[in-house]
Design a binder for this molecule. Structure first.
Ligand SMILES: Cc1cc2nc3c(=O)[nH]c(=O)nc-3n(C[C@H](O)[C@H](O)[C@H](O)COP(=O)(O)O)c2cc1C
Length: 315
């Protein structure tokens, strides 16, 4: 039977997981405008999900039925916790499980998780196999990078292929490079060839610096990828996957969308600090006369009612 990754039409256009950005509220606003082929939660701790405090952690996995297909992304370094978490995610009716082996943030990799696993191939394999075992048939994928301190992708990709993840998303930089050098699509294209030659069932997506769906499709074609994943391009632009260009939309439409987004955030994610929404205010409201002043006003908002009041005055 085909898994969800194999069922999607190519090129697959995915929305990247982004902590404190792509929560269910924002994802729902995005799919209302025009949907990507697949969505992800941001990375959630496997240790947290099986701890005493799991009730709070599990809130970050909230999704609405209309978000399917949606993949839960998890991280950690204890295979048994991955196994238990996978069982939970299956029960929660996710469409797949993605393991974060790519986050380059220093305080994260110090814990021996995420991209640190690139240098621990045996543990990485054990984690993938434990997740598959607990997943009850859900496809298990991996999101990763070219290496940690240097590009070790040839060895790393062979390690991953051995345990046959359903999909791999590759960012074209090492952890050390963070985002300081251009994303290396040539290298992503080379890896695509290796995967296709060794195991054509593995779905392979490229990620990094893609600004639009059109650009993503061109890149997928040029480098023979099954699809691409877009991250930053969604900031302030839930129309990214729609037929509309944000710059062509009237201010009213942008303001109404921001009000709706803020209200949905308040309704669904009341356990999170309202200040998280301020990142969105800054990116929605830019590129027109008076944007700076309006942003400053929105930064004073303490809740969704304040935001509505400020914006309704201008609609
Ligand atoms: C604010 C923020 C949060 C992120 N959180 C995650 C995460 O939870 N899991 C993950 O795999 N990648 C995370 N990423 C990385 C993105 O998924 C993506 O790989 C990266 O932004 C590069 O793609 P882009 O150039 O299209 O933005 C995050 C990136 C940003 C900017």
């Amino acid at each position: 039977m085909l898994n969800i990754w194999q069922k999607l039409k190519k090129p697959i256009i995915a929305l990247a997981p982004m902590e404190e950005v792509t929560d269910s509220a924002f994802r729902q606003i995005i799919i209302e405008k025009g949907r990507p082929d697949i969505l992800f939660t941001w990375f959630v701790s496997t240790d947290g999900l099986i701890s005493e405090g799991k009730e709070r952690v599990i809130k970050d996995l909230y999704f609405d039925k209309k978000e399917h297909p949606i993949i839960a992304q998890i991280f950690g370094n204890n295979p048994d916790n991955f196994y238990k978490t996978a069982k939970l995610l299956k029960k929660m009716k996710f469409d797949g499980i993605d393991i974060n082996m790519g986050c380059p943030v220093k305080k994260v990799i110090k814990q021996g998780v995420c991209s640190a696993l690139i240098d621990k191939p045996e543990l990485a394999k054990e984690i993938i196999l434990a997740t598959k075992k607990g997943a009850g048939g859900l496809p298990v994928s991996v999101k990763t990078r070219l290496g940690t301190n240097k590009n070790t992708i040839d060895k790393w990709i062979s390690t991953l292929i051995e345990v046959e993840p359903a999909a791999i998303t590759l960012h074209g930089r090492t952890s050390k490079e963070m985002s300081k050098v251009p994303n290396n699509f040539e290298e992503i294209g080379r890896v695509a060839q290796i995967i296709k030659a060794k195991n054509p069932h593995i779905i392979f997506l490229g990620n990094g610096d893609i600004k639009s769906v059109e650009e993503g499709k061109e890149i997928a074609k040029k480098y023979n990828l099954d699809g691409v994943m877009l991250g930053h391009a969604i900031f302030g632009n839930p129309w990214l996957f729609s037929k509309h260009k944000k710059e062509d939309l009237p201010f009213n439409e942008i303001a109404k969308t921001l009000i709706k987004h803020t209200k949905l955030f308040a309704k669904l994610h009341s356990h999170r600090n309202f200040n998280i929404m301020k990142k969105h205010f800054a990116s929605y409201i830019e590129g027109f006369a008076g944007a700076k002043e309006l942003r400053a006003k929105l930064m004073t908002a303490k809740n969704s009612k304040d935001v509505e009041k400020i914006l309704k005055n201008l609609i």
